[in-house]
Design a protein around this ligand. Structure first.
Ligand code: NDP
Ligand code: GDR
Length: 362
């Protein structure tokens, strides 16, 4: 934690504040900004167990932490007072609002909390910037999402595609999107929405489908698990690599004018395809049998059961197809994704094989 007495106010320095620094994107962004010479501040939720695993290598590095390039502050997007006090104290030049209850399926069970954090949390942050007198100085990135498109109206989806959210998560993020647009127009704030499509990595949370699959493939390969249980295999997502996407966040805040951008690869694959590719990385081919709840996936050579459907993973309302058109980001930000779908799956499977070999309990 940063010392109470230390003066962190420095208008000439590149100071950034990240909410959600302990998450997948926050950890990559912290690395990226430290590398660029920023002083990085992160908001850390109080938790009964350690939640700093993804940033431990930065936090534990004297050059980054003690040397003054990374500071963690206890806080929460549900607590207005702490947001005002942190922002007033550090006067960040850039804020990246990545903190969220980010799981779509969980949002059906935690709908009110999801709205508190993902919708009102965004409002609290914007108001905290105003309260600190920084409305005209601080640039804000809002982690908006392709989930806003929800029910398919148009493919591929771009910045002008109408929204049709299909979960409490997406409804909360829809509020976040519009309050950012409103504060930009009402108070002239430099605030941008990044409409990011799904992005993954070896640091992806374990209950998102890609990581669940790659962990499962690693465990099955090492004899630590019998088979994988999944929900809907037919939904399609535009999956990119998180490392590529955090660069787009930063680029948005370096523009002359604040604008909203779609960030995507322009390629969609089904969950079924992701499963097949992941097993192919360990030399196995999946054959599907049956249909609906009864569908199963088997090893084409040994007939071993590899995948079973469990309806508990179905969502009350599903998003069938997300496919982004990143033309605007390409043209105005000069951004293009570098990691292909195949490479992404391979990196994730290899990382999980490594992890499970070192720690079978992981
Ligand atoms: P993660 O779930 O990995 O990380 C979420 C972060 O938010 C964690 O640091 C978490 O802290 C923090 N957080 C949760 N609740 C609160 C709270 N009440 N107050 C403060 N912080 C909180 O998400 P990702 O890194 O994958 O995503 C980052 C952001 O981008 C999220 O807002 C997500 O909704 C959005 N997004 C993600 C996409 C993706 O494909 N990854 C695509 C589009 C948008 P803790 O570690 O303590 O749980
Ligand atoms: P998503 O990601 O809902 O797109 O939200 P997730 O990986 O959870 O689901 C993708 C698709 O896979 C299907 N699916 C399963 N999903 C999970 N989690 N577990 C399963 O067992 C399973 N089986 C099938 C889902 O039904 C869905 O269709 C992510 C999050 O990062 C959001 O925060 C972000 O806004 C969006 O991506 C863009």
């Amino acid at each position: 934690m940063s010392g109470e007495g230390s003066s962190l106010v420095n208008d000439n320095k590149r100071v950034a504040l990240i909410t959600g620094i302990t998450g997948q994107d926050g950890s990559y962004l912290a690395e990226f900004l430290i590398e660029k010479g920023y002083e990085v501040h992160g908001i850390l939720r109080r938790s009964s167990s350690f939640n700093t695993g993804r940033i431990q290598h930065l936090y534990g590095k004297p050059a980054c932490h003690t040397g003054g390039r990374m500071h963690l502050h206890y806080g929460d997007l549900t607590d207005t007072t702490c947001l005002i006090s942190i922002i007033t104290k550090i006067r960040p030049r850039e804020i990246y609002n990545l903190g969220a209850q980010s799981h779509v399926k969980v949002s059906f069970e935690l709908s009110e909390y999801t709205a508190q954090v993902d919708a009102l949390g965004t409002l609290r942050l914007l108001e905290a910037v105003r309260a600190a007198g920084l409305a005209k100085e601080t640039r804000i990135y809002q982690a908006s999402t392709s989930e806003l498109y929800g029910k398919v109206i148009e493919v591929p989806q771009n910045e002008k595609t109408p929204f049709y959210p299909r979960s409490p998560y997406a409804c909360a993020k829809l509020y976040g999107y519009w309050i950012v647009v409103n504060y930009r127009e009402a108070y002239g704030m430099f605030a941008c929405n990044g409409l990011l499509f799904n992005h993954e990595s070896p640091r992806r949370g374990e209950n998102f489908v890609t990581r669940k699959i790659t962990r499962g493939v690693a465990k099955i390969t090492l004899g630590l698990m019998e088979y994988l249980e999944l929900g809907n295999l037919d939904s399609k997502r535009d999956w990119g690599h998180a490392k590529d996407y955090i660069e787009a966040m930063w680029l948005m805040l370096q523009q002359q004018e604040p604008e909203d951008f779609v960030v995507a690869t322009g390629e969609a694959h089904s969950v079924r395809e992701f499963v097949e590719r992941a097993f192919r990385c360990v030399g196995r081919r999946v054959l599907w049998r049956g249909a609906g709840d009864q569908e199963t996936g088997h090893d084409a050579d040994t007939d071993q059961l590899l995948v079973k459907i469990n309806p508990k993973y179905f969502r009350p309302t599903e998003v069938d197809l997300l496919l982004g058109d990143p033309s605007k980001a390409k043209e105005k930000l000069g951004w293009t994704p570098k990691v292909s779908f195949d490479q992404l799956v391979k990196d994730m499977v290899e990382a999980d094989l490594d992890l499970m070999k070192r720690n079978p309990e992981a």
